[in-house]
Design a protein around this ligand. Sequence first.
Ligand code: MG
Ligand code: MG
Ligand code: MG
Length: 305
Amino acid sequence: MSALVIGHMNPDTDSIISAIVAADLYKKRGMDVTPAAQGAPTPETEFVLKKFGLSAPQVVNDVAGKQLYLVDYSDLAQAPQGMDSATVLGIVDHHKLGDVTTSAPLEAWIWPVGCSNTVLKAMYDFYGIEIPKNIAGAMLCAILSDTVIFKSPTCTPEDKKAVEDLARIAGVTDVVALGMEMFKVKSAVEGTPIRDLVFRDYKDFDMSGNKVGIGQLEVVDLSILDAVKGELQAEIAKVKAEGRHSVFLLLTDIMKEGSEMLIVSDNPAVVEKAFGVKPEGTSVWLPGVMSRKKQVVPNFEKAFK
Ligand code: MG
Ligand code: MG
Ligand code: MG
């Protein structure tokens, strides 16, 4: 039985590219694996797949009885159905350690860097396996996506070094220009159903027993979202009504380097407690806030305690 290499729910570019890349690496090490994803690629990911001639992994939503390699997460809340009877053989990740456990030793590569593909780059080097040109291009795009073209506080010198090496292999001469091209594709929201926008990059968290959803849309200019802001606010209210304490949607302006956060909560005071700024109505501008992982989740976790 071929093991699945699978990223998190509501897959972003890193989780889809990581599955493809890790599968390439594992196969070259003689392992029997197939890349998978818990959903279809977003327009940003489509752009990367097309640019480097890769195809989207098969969509898998139930992993009962399967063998798995997890990429870009280790939280059960981000995992597919059927984890109870699945066997986790390995993890490649760059998030806080989650609650996935195993009954046998596993191969875990979890580093505090900006992107799972930075870890994968180190794995190719460790095993002395050459990175194919198109795979290198996709890897560097995933790193540019996760680190918001090096602007996110999650970005580390390892990420920059990996991009430098990968650009050389892929023959990409202007990585920032490629990153901007990709973020312009990501910014296009016209014609996308509002619910898809809310869930494009969305994660549920358990914060002191409260179910809290945090979504993020990254755009090159916040004004792109002016026309849909009201609808986004109404949609997150619906998502909250499905059994959550709070739903927050970060609208991140990657050029201004800050986020407007739309708020719907049983206790809106947690926002002021978390960030020290008082929301005006149902939203608040958070200057300098770009990373959900590093700047938003930890603050809310403290505020919910
Ligand atoms: Mg991710
Ligand atoms: Mg990632
Ligand atoms: Mg991200």
